[in-house]
Design a protein around this ligand. Sequence first.
Ligand SMILES: Nc1ncnc2c1ncn2[C@@H]1O[C@H](COP(=O)(O)OP(=O)(O)OP(=O)(O)O)[C@@H](O)[C@H]1O
Ligand SMILES: [Mg+2]
Length: 249
Amino acid sequence: MTPAAPAPWLVARDLVAGYLPGISILRGVSVEAVPGQVRCVLGPNGTGKSTLLKALFGFLPPWEGEVEVGGRRVTGLLPHEMRLHGVVYLPQRPSIFPYLSVEVNLRLGAWQYRGHRGRVEELVGRAVERFPILAEKRRQPAGTLSGGQQRQLELARSLMHDPTVFLIDEPTAGIEPRVAAQIYGLIKDLAAHGKAVLLVDQNIKRALEIADYVYVMRTGTVLSEGSRETFGGDTEALVARWLYASGST
Ligand SMILES: Nc1ncnc2c1ncn2[C@@H]1O[C@H](COP(=O)(O)OP(=O)(O)OP(=O)(O)O)[C@@H](O)[C@H]1O
Ligand SMILES: [Mg+2]
């Protein structure tokens, strides 16, 4: 008997959202984030992948549809409230403070424990233990880190909230393959520790290597979705066909 699949932790139903009145970028998108799984959102440029994560995290209040986290309705909550519900967001552009040291960036990640010096130091200590490169560079301005190291800093900072759901946008764009592989390894590891990851990626091949489940987006809708197994053998070719076949834009 196969074990029952874990229940989704974040559920979004029929989200409609956009930036300008009357122009919807998301046109009814439903996705789930499931503990222990990496779910990838793939799709061409400008299709609304980043917009989806922004809408899920509360940067862009949905016009229609709903979002639930852990069975609670969180539609329309703001980012800091989403964080309190155990959701973190790593945006497409690294969100570090470049002129502040690595260590101060980490301390800022623990701002909710401000006033509890011991707790903050413990969290910073744990973060640098997990990401040795950050220990080595803790006194340097974060802007002097390489792209891959900045991503590690963001991951380390977001882990301080002990989140359940990670919304991660293009974590390896512009990063050399060896370091990218490391970052995918870290993401896979999050899922292995029971976290729910929703990952937006352009790198179909890499994404499919770590994805348990895939959503293919096209012009503000989910065109197709399924577990990695349902794709069969040549996943890359299949997804590329979905993405780039003409006719259904
Ligand atoms: N701040 C904004 N104001 C107005 N329109 C925006 C804004 N951000 C994105 N858009 C538009 O929303 C649409 C979807 O953009 P989005 O960034 O979600 O795409 P994406 O799938 O993440 O693309 P990419 O793969 O290039 O990152 C695009 O047409 C874009 O021009
Ligand atoms: Mg994007």
